[in-house]
Write a protein that binds this ligand. Structure first.
Ligand code: ADP
Length: 289
């Protein structure tokens, strides 16, 4: 399989790539990661079961979409497909370094520029993708409140019911979410979609990079809200972001709603205490606080 992947890399890049060494890269939540080292060039390869090829294709197309904004660095996807009952995604290899305050500020500015880049009049994307390994529905929708209520919170609630979670009634929640967002009419921004600290890094040359996206056109605040979950980003990041594209009033209230999506997804992926956390957030939202 590795030689076939090397042949595909050669076809796409035009170099004669031969594998000299292969190293396992840890840190991924979903896939197995490898460094594929040749004579002078290295690639990052993700592997999964053949059935996951759509997930890799969506990731590659998301990276391409982000690249097309020329705003923030993301790994360049090289090729993807199925070989020998495995799906694979090959991308540019990046050397990571320790982030400086300057780099975090720059990441904030560059993410703001990506959010300003435009490119769609509607919310959604050209295809569904995944958030973690959960399907993420990106049906084109005119109205942000409808999109977020139905395709983000509503969809995860349906999955949670199937999983046996005791969560409030689907219709009640979807309607309340719709009402909460009724006055929110953002311009559709290309968002990373899964921007927790594990998906943000800085190269050894000090350049900010964002990885492993769940791209779609949405309210830019979803990315900022998620940076505040699971550890948070340094103040320099928000300074840089607000310099270029200041956050609007009401963000603090919407933040809980936007992050509920990720907590519901964590409940669907991992179960456990995320169910009660989602319930607390839902109660807070349903009681209008
Ligand atoms: P998963 O899809 O399994 O969640 P990630 O995209 O999060 O995998 O990658 C797992 C780890 O591999 C990251 O934490 C990072 O350290 C490393 N990594 C990801 N992309 C690259 C890359 N392009 N070059 C080098 N290392 C990478």
């Amino acid at each position: 399989m590795w030689n076939q992947i090397a042949d595909r890399i050669s076809q796409v890049t035009g170099e004669k790539f031969q594998v000299k060494e292969r190293r396992s890269v840890s840190g991924g939540c979903i896939n197995q990661g490898y460094a594929l080292i040749g004579n002078g060039s290295t690639y990052f390869v993700k592997l999964n079961q053949a059935s996951q090829v759509d997930m890799f294709e969506a990731e590659a197309l998301g990276l391409k979409q982000m690249l097309s904004t020329h705003t923030i660095r993301v790994p360049v996807p090289i090729c993807w497909g199925v070989i020998d009952r495995s799906s694979y995604l090959v991308m540019e290899w990046l050397e990571f370094g320790s982030p400086t305050t300057r780099a975090w500020e720059q990441m904030g500015r560059q993410l703001a520029a990506m959010h300003q880049a435009g490119g769609s009049a509607k919310f959604g994307w050209e295809r569904n993708n995944t958030i973690g390994s959960t399907p993420q529905i990106n049906t084109w929708t005119e109205n942000w409140a409808d999109f977020f209520a139905e395709h983000r919170i509503g969809y995860q609630l349906q999955l949670a019911k199937r999983r046996g979670g005791s969560l409030p009634d689907y219709f009640q929640v979807v309607e309340v979410v719709r009402e909460h967002l009724a006055d929110r009419t953002p311009k559709p921004s290309l968002v990373h979609g899964d921007l927790w600290s594990g998906n943000a890094a800085v190269t050894s040359a000090g350049e900010p990079v964002i990885l492993d996206p769940a791209t779609y056109y949405g309210d830019r605040e979803v990315d900022i809200a998620m940076t505040e979950l699971f550890g948070g980003f340094p103040a320099a990041f928000y300074r840089g972001y607000n310099e270029v594209f200041p956050l609007e009033e009401g963000y603090q209230q919407r933040k809980t709603l936007y992050n509920l999506y990720h907590i519901l997804n964590h409940f669907n992926l991992f179960g456990g205490g995320y169910g009660s956390q989602a319930n607390r957030m839902l109660q807070q939202i349903l009681s209008g606080k």
